[in-house]
Design a protein around this ligand. Structure first.
Ligand code: SF4
Length: 414
């Protein structure tokens, strides 16, 4: 059942001149519309959570969007920080392979990509950090009454900050249907282990009786020294020391560790549970949501793929409600025309004379087959809706909203 309507402010991407700048003018103004300046007190720490993009990705948010938010926070007397969190898996120097998703496993590794992509202390005028610490083991276990989880591994450094601005690049996502504010909470603000659990669930079982002799790899990778070999020659795990980074699982070639798997639907609901855990832990009153609905590709920033955006740039949305802001972004995308130059514009099994069918979903590609995720009628997918429904049902926000367009007029238009 739908709840009360939430306000969502909309600033068009159309700009006539620099006085209507999307980065310098509309970004900070979007924050103001949701009451940010009245809440930030002098000397308070404000963390901006964004995504620095996978190494080969070119559609992540431009650094200047974030830089002007940092400047704005300073103007208010606060101290800005720019944050991400460690990706799932192990560093490339351990895995020996560069993949679609790798290069973001630790702070050291990810900050190299951040530097290449223009996010540095110098360019931001702010410290750059990983919310879950240097290797993803800084966690806070927070209990919730989720649909699938009763405990969420919140990124531990969140507690250091008085406010959080969730500056999200809104785009598609192969597993979740789309990546917006909810995903930035449920994947971006949990620890490395929290990301793994969203994807595969909570199962984390060691087969301590497995006849394995080469424990060296997992013993060495464990950052908390939670693993050891007992006098009986069997692997042991200290529950107290374990921080659920899943790095041992990532290097295990002997099937000693069983983390199970999840369906696509389960993944989405688990991600939403994580998001609810983050908000419940941190406090909804301290979170400010900005969705930059620009460079909207069907791929997420976490992959090296960066197709041509499938719709034109729409603008910036701001809200205090993560569900309303994502629903609004989806709706505005659905009202847009498909860009024929994007890969989606060339999918042969989508009827070209029924264009509206193309616009009825945020496209999702199956991660394994790379086929479009279509309903049996071959025309549309409602995959994205799972995320919004689950988020509303768990009380994260409302899918009903008041769309309030804010017109930024430049002084001179000739
Ligand atoms: S036992 Fe595994 S999951 Fe736990 S801290 Fe060590 S490497 Fe991480």
């Amino acid at each position: 059942m739908r709840d009360l309507k939430s306000d969502v402010y909309f600033f068009t991407a159309r700009t006539y001149n620099h006085q209507e700048s999307l980065s310098k003018v509309k970004g900070p103004l979007a924050l103001e519309k949701i009451g940010f300046s009245s809440k930030v007190k002098s000397g308070e720490k404000v963390v901006i959570k964004t995504h620095f993009g996978a190494l080969e990705n070119v559609r992540y948010l431009r650094p200047s969007y974030i830089r002007f938010l940092c400047d704005h926070i300073k103007d208010l007397g606060g101290t800005p920080y720019v944050a991400e969190s460690c990706g799932w898996g192990v560093p490339e120097e351990v895995s020996g392979a560069h993949t679609e998703y790798s290069g973001r496993a630790t702070e050291e590794e990810y900050l190299e990509i951040a530097k290449i992509h223009g996010f540095t202390t110098d360019t931001m005028g702010a410290e750059i950090l990983m919310l879950d610490g240097s290797v993803g083991t800084n966690i806070i276990k927070h209990s919730i009454a989720g649909k699938r989880f009763s405990e969420v591994l919140v990124a531990g450094r969140l507690k250091e900050f008085d406010h959080m601005v969730l500056a999200t690049h809104f785009k598609g996502h192969a597993g979740a249907g789309f990546g917006g504010a909810i995903k930035n909470l449920g994947i971006g603000c949990v620890s490395k282990g929290g990301k793994a659990q969203a994807h595969v669930g909570k199962k984390f079982e060691f087969d301590f009786n497995a006849p394995i002799s080469d424990y060296e790899v997992c013993l060495k990778i464990c950052p908390t020294k939670a693993l050891s070999v007992g006098l009986d020659g069997k692997l042991k795990r200290d529950e107290e020391k374990c921080r659920y980074c899943y790095m041992c699982k990532s290097v295990c070639k002997n099937n000693v560790i069983d983390t199970g798997s999840s369906t696509q639907q389960e993944f989405i609901v688990q991600m939403v549970d994580n998001a609810a855990g983050v908000v419940d832990y941190y406090g909804s009153d301290k979170i400010y949501y900005l969705n930059y609905v620009v460079d909207v590709t069907w791929q997420c920033d976490c992959t090296g793929g960066s197709d041509v955006p499938f719709v034109s740039d729409i603008g910036i949305l701001s809200s205090k409600d993560p569900v309303a802001i994502d629903q609004c972004a989806v709706d505005l995308i659905h009202l847009s025309l498909m860009n024929p130059h994007s890969i989606l514009g060339n999918i042969e099994n989508l009827s070209k004379d029924k264009t509206t069918d193309w616009l009825s979903y945020i496209p999702r590609f199956d991660a394994i087959t790379h086929e479009l995720d279509l309903n049996p009628n071959g025309k549309e997918s409602k995959h994205w809706e799972t995320q919004l429904k689950a988020a509303e049902e768990i009380g994260l926000g409302s899918r009903d909203y008041n769309l309030i367009e804010v017109i930024v007029e430049s002084k001179k238009k000739d």
